[in-house]
Design a protein around this ligand. Structure first.
Ligand SMILES: [Zn+2]
Length: 271
Protein backbone atom coordinates (compact mmCIF):
# COMPACT_ATOMS: atom_id res chain seq x y z
CA UNK A 1 0.00 0.00 0.00
CA UNK A 2 2.78 2.39 0.91
CA UNK A 3 5.27 1.16 -1.65
CA UNK A 4 5.24 4.39 -3.71
CA UNK A 5 5.73 6.58 -0.65
CA UNK A 6 8.46 4.27 0.61
CA UNK A 7 10.29 4.60 -2.70
CA UNK A 8 9.83 8.37 -2.85
CA UNK A 9 11.19 8.75 0.66
CA UNK A 10 14.15 6.41 0.08
CA UNK A 11 12.93 4.02 2.79
CA UNK A 12 13.30 0.81 0.75
CA UNK A 13 16.05 -0.61 2.92
CA UNK A 14 13.85 -0.59 6.04
CA UNK A 15 10.46 -1.32 4.48
CA UNK A 16 10.21 -4.72 6.20
CA UNK A 17 10.50 -3.08 9.60
CA UNK A 18 7.67 -0.59 9.00
CA UNK A 19 4.34 -1.44 10.56
CA UNK A 20 2.58 1.83 9.86
CA UNK A 21 3.46 4.94 7.85
CA UNK A 22 1.56 8.18 7.64
CA UNK A 23 2.47 11.63 6.30
CA UNK A 24 0.91 14.97 7.18
CA UNK A 25 1.77 18.66 7.01
CA UNK A 26 2.22 20.78 10.09
CA UNK A 27 3.69 24.34 10.12
CA UNK A 28 4.92 24.08 6.50
CA UNK A 29 6.73 20.91 7.36
CA UNK A 30 6.09 17.40 6.09
CA UNK A 31 5.99 14.96 8.99
CA UNK A 32 6.64 11.33 8.16
CA UNK A 33 5.14 9.40 11.06
CA UNK A 34 6.42 5.85 11.28
CA UNK A 35 5.72 2.94 13.58
CA UNK A 36 8.08 0.01 13.51
CA UNK A 37 7.17 -3.62 14.14
CA UNK A 38 7.90 -4.88 17.60
CA UNK A 39 11.24 -6.64 17.78
CA UNK A 40 12.53 -9.52 19.82
CA UNK A 41 15.57 -8.08 21.55
CA UNK A 42 18.07 -10.11 23.50
CA UNK A 43 19.92 -8.62 26.43
CA UNK A 44 23.56 -7.97 25.52
CA UNK A 45 24.70 -9.01 29.00
CA UNK A 46 22.68 -12.08 29.97
CA UNK A 47 21.18 -13.00 26.57
CA UNK A 48 17.69 -13.07 28.10
CA UNK A 49 14.61 -11.99 26.15
CA UNK A 50 13.98 -8.28 26.85
CA UNK A 51 10.53 -6.93 27.70
CA UNK A 52 8.93 -3.77 26.30
CA UNK A 53 9.30 -0.92 28.79
CA UNK A 54 8.27 2.44 27.28
CA UNK A 55 8.16 4.67 24.20
CA UNK A 56 10.37 7.65 23.52
CA UNK A 57 9.54 10.10 20.69
CA UNK A 58 12.36 10.55 18.18
CA UNK A 59 12.34 13.40 15.69
CA UNK A 60 14.85 13.27 12.90
CA UNK A 61 15.60 15.88 10.29
CA UNK A 62 15.07 14.21 6.93
CA UNK A 63 15.81 16.89 4.32
CA UNK A 64 15.69 15.37 0.85
CA UNK A 65 14.14 18.28 -1.00
CA UNK A 66 14.51 22.05 -0.88
CA UNK A 67 10.77 22.47 -1.37
CA UNK A 68 9.90 22.05 2.31
CA UNK A 69 11.33 20.62 5.53
CA UNK A 70 10.85 16.89 6.08
CA UNK A 71 10.82 15.40 9.53
CA UNK A 72 10.62 11.75 10.45
CA UNK A 73 9.07 10.97 13.76
CA UNK A 74 8.61 7.64 15.44
CA UNK A 75 8.04 6.27 18.90
CA UNK A 76 11.20 4.42 19.71
CA UNK A 77 10.59 1.44 21.97
CA UNK A 78 12.70 0.92 25.04
CA UNK A 79 13.15 -2.58 26.34
CA UNK A 80 14.19 -3.75 29.78
CA UNK A 81 15.90 -7.00 30.69
CA UNK A 82 13.87 -8.79 33.40
CA UNK A 83 17.02 -10.44 34.77
CA UNK A 84 19.70 -7.73 34.97
CA UNK A 85 17.51 -4.63 34.56
CA UNK A 86 19.49 -3.23 31.63
CA UNK A 87 17.66 -0.94 29.16
CA UNK A 88 18.04 -1.07 25.39
CA UNK A 89 16.36 0.99 22.65
CA UNK A 90 15.26 -0.35 19.29
CA UNK A 91 17.68 0.30 16.45
CA UNK A 92 17.38 3.74 14.88
CA UNK A 93 17.72 3.11 11.13
CA UNK A 94 17.95 6.79 10.16
CA UNK A 95 21.03 8.06 11.87
CA UNK A 96 23.55 7.71 14.61
CA UNK A 97 22.67 7.60 18.28
CA UNK A 98 21.63 10.99 19.75
CA UNK A 99 21.82 12.63 16.29
CA UNK A 100 18.74 14.35 14.90
CA UNK A 101 19.91 14.66 11.30
CA UNK A 102 19.42 11.58 9.15
CA UNK A 103 22.32 9.86 7.41
CA UNK A 104 20.64 10.49 4.06
CA UNK A 105 20.50 14.25 4.70
CA UNK A 106 24.11 14.29 5.89
CA UNK A 107 25.22 12.52 2.75
CA UNK A 108 23.30 14.95 0.51
CA UNK A 109 24.77 17.96 2.36
CA UNK A 110 28.32 16.65 2.04
CA UNK A 111 27.77 16.07 -1.69
CA UNK A 112 26.56 19.67 -2.08
CA UNK A 113 29.52 21.00 -0.10
CA UNK A 114 31.84 19.58 -2.76
CA UNK A 115 30.81 22.45 -5.06
CA UNK A 116 33.22 25.27 -4.17
CA UNK A 117 30.68 27.98 -5.04
CA UNK A 118 28.19 26.77 -2.41
CA UNK A 119 28.34 28.44 1.01
CA UNK A 120 27.42 26.97 4.41
CA UNK A 121 24.58 29.47 4.65
CA UNK A 122 23.18 28.65 1.25
CA UNK A 123 23.17 24.90 1.97
CA UNK A 124 21.71 25.45 5.45
CA UNK A 125 18.76 27.32 3.89
CA UNK A 126 18.23 24.54 1.35
CA UNK A 127 18.01 21.84 4.03
CA UNK A 128 16.14 23.89 6.66
CA UNK A 129 19.04 23.71 9.09
CA UNK A 130 21.16 26.32 10.86
CA UNK A 131 24.54 27.26 9.33
CA UNK A 132 26.15 26.04 12.56
CA UNK A 133 24.74 22.54 11.96
CA UNK A 134 26.12 22.47 8.43
CA UNK A 135 29.53 23.70 9.63
CA UNK A 136 29.52 21.01 12.35
CA UNK A 137 28.76 18.30 9.76
CA UNK A 138 31.56 19.56 7.57
CA UNK A 139 34.04 19.61 10.46
CA UNK A 140 33.08 16.07 11.52
CA UNK A 141 33.37 14.63 8.04
CA UNK A 142 36.27 16.52 6.51
CA UNK A 143 39.78 16.02 7.72
CA UNK A 144 41.49 19.11 6.32
CA UNK A 145 45.16 18.17 6.36
CA UNK A 146 47.92 20.74 6.68
CA UNK A 147 49.86 21.51 3.50
CA UNK A 148 53.65 21.23 3.47
CA UNK A 149 55.59 24.33 4.48
CA UNK A 150 57.23 26.26 1.65
CA UNK A 151 60.25 28.55 1.60
CA UNK A 152 58.32 31.65 2.74
CA UNK A 153 55.71 31.27 5.47
CA UNK A 154 53.18 33.99 6.30
CA UNK A 155 51.31 34.00 9.59
CA UNK A 156 48.41 36.17 10.69
CA UNK A 157 45.23 35.88 12.72
CA UNK A 158 41.60 36.09 11.77
CA UNK A 159 38.72 37.05 14.06
CA UNK A 160 36.23 34.19 14.49
CA UNK A 161 33.81 35.01 17.31
CA UNK A 162 33.70 36.74 20.67
CA UNK A 163 31.90 33.70 22.09
CA UNK A 164 34.87 31.41 21.59
CA UNK A 165 37.42 30.84 24.33
CA UNK A 166 39.93 32.07 21.83
CA UNK A 167 38.29 34.69 19.57
CA UNK A 168 41.12 34.62 17.02
CA UNK A 169 42.32 31.76 14.82
CA UNK A 170 45.80 31.73 13.38
CA UNK A 171 46.27 31.32 9.63
CA UNK A 172 49.41 29.93 8.00
CA UNK A 173 49.81 30.92 4.37
CA UNK A 174 52.33 30.05 1.67
CA UNK A 175 53.77 33.16 0.03
CA UNK A 176 54.72 31.48 -3.28
CA UNK A 177 51.76 29.19 -3.94
CA UNK A 178 49.28 31.66 -2.35
CA UNK A 179 47.58 28.76 -0.58
CA UNK A 180 46.42 28.43 3.01
CA UNK A 181 48.65 25.87 4.72
CA UNK A 182 46.56 25.49 7.85
CA UNK A 183 44.15 27.26 10.19
CA UNK A 184 45.09 26.86 13.85
CA UNK A 185 42.14 27.27 16.29
CA UNK A 186 43.97 29.72 18.56
CA UNK A 187 46.95 32.08 18.56
CA UNK A 188 47.80 31.19 22.14
CA UNK A 189 51.58 30.95 22.59
CA UNK A 190 51.67 27.52 24.28
CA UNK A 191 49.37 26.03 21.70
CA UNK A 192 51.49 27.38 18.84
CA UNK A 193 54.70 26.10 20.44
CA UNK A 194 53.17 22.64 20.62
CA UNK A 195 51.85 22.90 17.06
CA UNK A 196 55.26 23.68 15.56
CA UNK A 197 56.93 21.01 17.70
CA UNK A 198 54.91 18.40 15.81
CA UNK A 199 56.22 19.51 12.40
CA UNK A 200 59.31 17.50 11.31
CA UNK A 201 62.61 19.39 11.68
CA UNK A 202 63.71 18.87 8.06
CA UNK A 203 60.43 20.42 6.88
CA UNK A 204 60.93 23.44 9.17
CA UNK A 205 64.53 23.79 7.99
CA UNK A 206 63.31 24.43 4.45
CA UNK A 207 61.61 27.66 5.57
CA UNK A 208 63.88 30.64 4.88
CA UNK A 209 61.60 33.54 5.76
CA UNK A 210 58.63 33.93 8.09
CA UNK A 211 56.41 36.98 7.66
CA UNK A 212 54.27 38.11 10.59
CA UNK A 213 52.59 41.15 12.11
CA UNK A 214 54.00 42.78 15.25
CA UNK A 215 52.29 40.39 17.71
CA UNK A 216 55.08 39.68 20.18
CA UNK A 217 54.07 36.05 20.86
CA UNK A 218 54.46 35.12 17.17
CA UNK A 219 58.04 36.33 17.23
CA UNK A 220 58.83 34.28 20.37
CA UNK A 221 57.18 31.15 18.99
CA UNK A 222 58.74 31.41 15.54
CA UNK A 223 62.27 32.18 16.74
CA UNK A 224 62.09 28.93 18.66
CA UNK A 225 60.47 26.91 15.84
CA UNK A 226 62.51 28.32 12.93
CA UNK A 227 65.93 29.28 14.37
CA UNK A 228 67.49 29.47 10.88
CA UNK A 229 64.76 31.58 9.25
CA UNK A 230 64.62 35.32 8.90
CA UNK A 231 61.63 36.86 10.65
CA UNK A 232 60.12 39.84 8.88
CA UNK A 233 57.20 42.14 9.66
CA UNK A 234 55.09 42.85 6.59
CA UNK A 235 54.73 46.42 5.35
CA UNK A 236 50.93 46.37 5.61
CA UNK A 237 51.08 45.88 9.37
CA UNK A 238 53.98 48.37 9.82
CA UNK A 239 51.99 51.09 8.03
CA UNK A 240 48.81 50.18 9.93
CA UNK A 241 50.72 50.44 13.23
CA UNK A 242 52.27 53.77 12.22
CA UNK A 243 48.86 55.19 11.28
CA UNK A 244 47.40 54.05 14.59
CA UNK A 245 50.31 55.59 16.55
CA UNK A 246 49.96 58.84 14.61
CA UNK A 247 46.21 58.95 15.36
CA UNK A 248 46.88 58.39 19.05
CA UNK A 249 49.29 61.38 19.16
CA UNK A 250 46.79 63.54 17.25
CA UNK A 251 43.89 62.65 19.57
CA UNK A 252 46.00 63.10 22.72
CA UNK A 253 47.12 66.54 21.50
CA UNK A 254 43.52 67.53 20.73
CA UNK A 255 42.36 66.40 24.14
CA UNK A 256 44.90 68.62 25.86
CA UNK A 257 43.05 71.67 24.58
CA UNK A 258 39.62 71.73 26.12
CA UNK A 259 37.85 74.08 23.84
CA UNK A 260 34.55 75.77 24.36
CA UNK A 261 32.54 75.18 21.25
CA UNK A 262 30.49 78.32 21.87
CA UNK A 263 33.48 80.63 21.31
CA UNK A 264 33.64 81.53 17.68
CA UNK A 265 37.44 81.54 17.58
CA UNK A 266 37.58 77.93 18.68
CA UNK A 267 34.99 76.71 16.21
CA UNK A 268 37.67 75.81 13.72
CA UNK A 269 37.18 72.84 11.38
CA UNK A 270 40.91 72.14 11.41
CA UNK A 271 41.02 71.83 15.19
ZN1 LIG B 1 20.13 -8.86 31.12
Amino acid sequence: MHSNIIQLLFLDSIKNRIEHLETYRIDHKLVIDIKFKKEQLQCLICQDQMKFHSYRLKQIHYGITSFEAYNIQYQSRRYKCPTCGKYQSEINPFGDKHKNISRLTKHAILQDLKTPQRTFNDIATQYYLSSQSVIRLFDQAVDARRLKLGRILCMDEVFISKKRKSPYACVLYDFDSKQIIDVIPTRHKNYLNQYFLHIPIDEKDRVNVVIIDRWESYKDVLEKAFPKALIAVDSFHVIANLNRAMDRVRIDTMNRFKLERSKLINNDMYY
